[in-house]
Design a protein around this ligand. Sequence first.
Ligand SMILES: [Zn+2]
Ligand SMILES: [Zn+2]
Length: 237
Amino acid sequence: MDITKDKTDWSDAELAAAVGAYLKMLAWEKSGQPFNKALENRLLREGPVAGRAKGSIEFRMQNISTVLVRMGWDRIEGYKPAKNVGTGVEQRIRQALAAQGVFESEDAAQTADEQTLIRRASKLQQQPFTQLPDGIAQPQKVSTVSATFVRDPKVRAWVLKEANGICEGCGANAPFEVDGLPFLEVHHVKHLAQKGSDRITNAVALCPNCHQRCHRSSDREAFTEGLYAKVGRLARE
Ligand SMILES: [Zn+2]
Ligand SMILES: [Zn+2]
């Protein structure tokens, strides 16, 4: 083993060779063909990754697992994702994967965007899982720029008082109390993001289920129509 070389960064050619070997083994695993990790490791050491230690190659394979999982793809079962992959290494592994035709999955890549997360999860729910998800032990914190709206507390208070603890969507009681007050959410029937107003003629008090239904449900438009029919003070905008 050449100790000196193992302390140097992996070259692009070395990473590409490791990625190539990894993808080959992954394809074998997926098609149920037996393969020998130790042999593939040795072939790398005798060829494109000469001078690296066996363990160093194993660690790279685990790096590749981490990156593939982040990109939304299955990994080789026997290569548990490494906990720490430097940003630089991750970028270079992604480049090596792209060069071999593997790009981030539109359907399954990890994301910090809530809407994207929900959209991807609902697609994935319709497919069988071939592996248990690895998940993320320590999810990375990212700051996002999000626009919010200035709101009038009087409108919120009036709408909640008017509802008096009863959901204006389904007529059920608020599911629980917070500081002695029934918990309902105030929803803007024409969303603020769609330039709806923050006035009592555009706001309703809803239980969490009805609120989610307004935003997410397949019948959200019909449900919203029902609110206009049921709640007399509402005015279309
Ligand atoms: Zn409700
Ligand atoms: Zn809402």
